[in-house]
Design a protein. Structure first.
Length: 154
């Protein structure tokens, strides 16, 4: 049976995620890469995500490189990427990695001035699992509503 787990970041500790710092959540741990910082921040009231917090790049900072390392292998991950309304057209990137660290799947996210919110689903062909999602998010961009599907139980 497949297990579906959801992380909304609402119970995460709000604040900066500094280089080298690890934030442990229920289903994965978050850390930054390449000397970048991230933030777990309150979502604006106009955001359609009804409650709380999200994980993303600092609003007036540079891009953030984030790693979400899952506690168990996953079959699929769905998440929402949001750019602030004031952002220009920018590109973000999402990459899935296997347990051995090899890249399994990559996706380029082209943000437009017309659509600042996109719901993405990623999986690996041939039923393979993955253990990490890496995100390169532009300044002000954030992710929320991470839904993770585990492989079928053997």
């Amino acid at each position: 049976m497949q297990a579906l787990d959801i992380e909304t970041f609402d119970d995460a500790p709000a604040g900066l995620v500094q280089p080298g710092q690890i934030v442990d959540l229920e289903h994965f741990r978050v850390e930054t890469a390449l000397g970048t910082s991230a933030i777990i921040k309150r979502v604006t009231p106009s955001d359609e995500l009804a409650s709380g917090l999200a994980l993303g790049a600092i609003d007036n900072g540079g891009p953030a490189s984030l790693h979400l390392s899952f506690n168990e292998p996953r079959r699929r991950v769905d998440f929402t990427v949001v750019m602030p309304p004031s952002a220009s057209t920018l590109t973000s990137v999402a990459i899935l990695y296997g347990q051995d660290g090899t890249q399994r799947q990559a996706l380029t996210i082209q943000h437009s001035t017309a659509g600042h919110r996109v719901r993405l689903g990623m999986s690996v062909p041939n039923g393979m699992s993955f253990s990490r999602l890496s995100l390169q998010l532009q300044a002000g961009a954030y992710v929320d509503g991470v839904e993770m599907t585990s492989p079928l139980a053997e």
